[in-house]
Design a protein around this ligand. Structure first.
Ligand SMILES: Nc1ncnc2c1ncn2[C@@H]1O[C@H](COP(=O)(O)OP(=O)(O)OP(=O)(O)O)[C@@H](O)[C@H]1O
Ligand SMILES: [Mg+2]
Length: 262
């Protein structure tokens, strides 16, 4: 296996009862790249990424991280390997503030005459993360309850990178955002790449992929169609691949659905 790739998935298969969600899928993610994962509803995008993040177990296939074969049996295994996923239905605790969300379940502690949660260190570290990410969150003490969708995604990113994450998976992060917020989040994803992360970005918004990704991976009906260099394709090329697939003989389709995001 090539160590040029931070992630390599080989021959991944997954069934849910009668549904073949993934059929023999290979994926290679280069170190430090942003790869868009695209495809119609039900194409298998979330399932493939959930297998990498340990949320689902594959029925067959192998995963290599930095060229080493690994066994991801649950989210903890993935996290130990430096893989974090921010889910489509983003989970934050509304009753907690920014810092508490970043460290929820993984509180920093100090150990002097017993174990105490080290609040000061958590708030300092949270402030540092917000600053490094250059996001517009004023204070780590802000409650997330009244935050916008974009700010919530940013907190989720800070949470992911607070703990040695090298591969970040995002599932439709801009889906619920307005244009300005979506653009800010795309800027943040670029910053994360500059910080050295490798990023897998599931999205239905092809223009987003063209704006920030290095390559785009197309799934259709649970099968890999193509992986294209973004610099060498147009919106139409990507849409055609999503709709018609590699053979070019899929059913003619609602292109409008994609183009309307432009
Ligand atoms: N937990 C599950 N149980 C049963 N079927 C599932 C489950 N998760 C996914 N599927 C099925 O597997 C297929 C792939 O689903 P998946 O969620 O991966 O698609 P997707 O590409 O992420 O779609 P979307 O763009 O709508 O999010 C679909 O047919 C879906 O109904
Ligand atoms: Mg999905």
């Amino acid at each position: 296996m090539s160590a040029d790739y931070v992630v390599e998935m080989k021959g991944i298969c997954k069934r849910f009862g009668g549904i073949e969600a993934l059929r023999n899928v290979d994926l290679e993610l280069r170190r430090g790249e942003i790869m868009g994962i695209v495809g119609d509803n039900g194409a298998g995008k979330s399932t493939l990424m959930k297998i990498l993040s340990g949320a689902y177990l594959a029925d067959a296939g192998e995963i290599f991280i930095d060229g080493q074969k690994v066994h991801i049996r649950g989210p903890l295994d993935a996290r130990r390997l430096g893989i974090s996923m921010i889910y489509q239905d983003l989970a934050l605790f509304n009753n907690l503030d920014v810092a508490q969300n970043i460290f929820a379940g993984r509180e920093l502690v100090r150990d002097r005459f017993g174990v105490f949660i080290d609040k000061k260190r958590m708030y300092n570290r949270a402030a540092e993360l917000i600053r490094d990410l250059r996001v517009d969150i004023k204070s780590p003490k802000m409650s997330v309850a009244r935050m916008s969708g974009g700010q919530r995604q940013m907190v989720a990113c800070a949470r992911a990178i607070a703990f040695q994450c090298k591969v970040l998976i995002m599932d439709e992060p801009t889906a619920a955002l307005g244009v300005t917020e979506a653009n800010k989040l795309l800027g943040l994803i670029r910053n994360l790449k500059d910080m050295g992360l490798s990023i897998l970005l599931i999205t239905q918004r092809i223009p987003d992929v063209l704006a920030i990704a290095d390559r785009v991976f197309v799934l259709k009906g649970g099968q890999r169609q193509d992986v294209m260099e973004v610099s060498k394709v147009t919106l139409d090329d990507v849409v055609t691949m999503i709709v018609k697939g590699k053979g070019g003989n899929g059913t003619a389709a609602p292109e409008v659905q994609y183009k309307s995001f432009g």
